[in-house]
Design a protein around this ligand. Structure first.
Ligand code: 5GP
Ligand code: ZN
Length: 160
């Protein structure tokens, strides 16, 4: 099962690796933060993960959680260490919420330039939310049942 999963991941993610330069861990800011070459405001650290404050916060308490092992983006992380990231998120979120007295939080992952990714080391944004903080969710579009059926078939074709 794990091997099938790994095969599917690798087969279908190869097309993402277009720019080898982006995937270079030698000039990766977050790898430098992990190594202590660039300072950060550390919230939590363990063997696999690091949580630190975002330098340009969306809201007070905006924290980034990263796996220590470099990967360009979420689905290129083939090492099965993402559950450690989830463990860290579950640990730090209640603490940050309490510290900044937030009312809620968003979890965000930008994958690829088109999705707004600027740092090409897998990272999770923990964005604290406050009632009436003015942040807007992304806008939705309408879709017909026919469009959805066609699209679901198109996606399932890729799986075959
Ligand atoms: P992305 O757009 O790639 O999902 O988000 C990258 C995030 O990293 C941004 O929110 C940005 O403010 C943050 N960031 C970029 N450089 C640094 C840095 O050197 N230190 C810290 N703490 N955050 C950074
Ligand atoms: Zn990196």
């Amino acid at each position: 099962m794990l091997n099938t999963y790994k095969y599917l991941c690798k087969k279908n993610t190869r097309f993402i690796i277009k720019n080898k330069k982006q995937n270079n861990m030698d000039n990766c800011i977050f790898c430098k933060i992990i190594k202590g070459e660039i300072p950060c405001e550390k919230i939590y650290e363990d063997e696999y993960t690091l949580a630190f404050l975002d330098i340009m916060p969306v809201n007070e308490g905006h924290t980034l959680v990263i796996p220590k092992k470099h990967s360009e983006q979420l689905i290129l992380n083939h090492d099965g260490d993402l559950h450690h990231v989830m463990d860290t998120i579950r640990k730090v979120v209640p603490i940050i919420l309490k510290a900044v007295k937030a009312d809620g939080w968003n979890l965000g992952v930008n994958n690829g330039k088109a999705a707004g990714q600027a740092v090409f080391h897998t990272h999770f944004h923990l964005i604290q939310r406050f009632a009436n903080d003015g942040l807007k969710h992304w806008p939705h579009k309408n879709s017909t049942p026919e469009e959805r059926t066609k699209l679901a078939e198109k996606i399932q074709q890729v799986l075959k």
